[in-house]
Unconditional design. Structure first.
Length: 283
């Protein structure tokens, strides 16, 4: 027989609240939830696109059909090659056309979703933070919106390590007595943030520079955000090559860079949020 403890638990919670022992939890508002839905719909569409493409590739391989040497899959030349393919049997022609049509449908869905993401990046109340995050190398519009949607309020983390833990990018730790051992990352946090950040960090293999799309994204942006982004380029580039020099390049180095990049992301997010609060107080 179970014993009801609701009354006793409520009294204990009231005591802890009075003593200041309870930690408040940030709850996303409806705007953040809507932004998360949009980002996750794009992620689903991206997975559908990959699956659709794989089905077509596997179909062609079953019939011994491969693209010409030097033609990269899903490039312009690859698509032109696909248009020229013919099949003798009607059944195979139908299968090929249906697979190709499924790819086109998902690509159209991706375009519609990304158009709405672009509008949110420019017009929503989160636009200042989204634009400021794009001053970082590798953080384009979709990644910036993903970070804002999944993290929410940056200042709710009192330090960058809390954000790293939230994303599951801190190493596992085993301690016993005087011994201490750290393993791979926990992967217990927000997978959307972790996936986006790790993809971004491959760009920090290259030397620091301001050119091309990154230079365009930085035009007219907050000077403090640009200062932090430039500092991040130098520090993370050196970190990647320092780890690589120890024989731990590739994914190990990228994950280490991703963890530190979250610190710069936190700094930019908090700086812009503080400025927004100051402006609202003046108004």
């Amino acid at each position: 027989m179970s014993v009801k403890t609701d009354k006793r638990d409520s009294i204990r919670l009231a005591q802890l609240l009075r003593a200041g022992e309870l930690t408040s939890v940030w709850v996303p508002d409806e705007d953040h939830e809507a932004l998360r839905d949009l980002i996750r719909a794009r992620h689903d569409a991206r997975e559908d696109l990959q699956s659709s493409r794989q089905r077509l590739v596997h179909f062609l391989l079953r019939h011994g059909i491969r693209p010409p040497q030097g033609v990269r899959n899903w490039s312009v030349k690859h698509r032109e090659w696909l248009k020229r393919l013919t099949f003798e049997r009607a059944s195979q022609r139908i299968v090929f056309q249906e697979y190709l049509h499924a790819i086109n449908e998902v690509e159209d869905r991706m375009k519609r979703i990304e158009a709405q993401i672009h509008e949110e990046a420019l017009q929503s109340e989160h636009a200042p933070v989204i634009q400021a995050l794009q001053t970082l190398r590798g953080v384009a519009e979709v990644t910036a919106v993903t970070l804002v949607a999944e993290i929410g309020q940056f200042s709710r983390f009192s330090n960058p390590r809390q954000l790293m833990s939230y994303a599951g990018l801190v190493p596992k730790e085993y301690s016993s007595g005087s011994s201490r051992w750290q393993g791979s990352i926990t992967k217990t946090g927000n997978s959307q943030i972790r996936r986006s950040i790790v993809e971004v960090c491959w760009s920090y293999r290259h030397r620091p520079s301001l050119k091309g799309e990154l230079l365009k994204r930085q035009e007219g942006q907050d000077p403090e955000a640009k200062r932090i982004a430039w500092k991040a380029q130098h520090r993370l580039h050196m970190k990647y090559h320092r780890i690589s020099a120890k024989g731990k390049g590739g994914k190990v180095a990228v994950v280490a860079v991703a963890r530190e990049l979250l610190g710069f992301i936190w700094a930019i997010g908090c700086a812009i949020e503080d400025k927004q609060v100051s402006l609202s107080n003046v108004a």
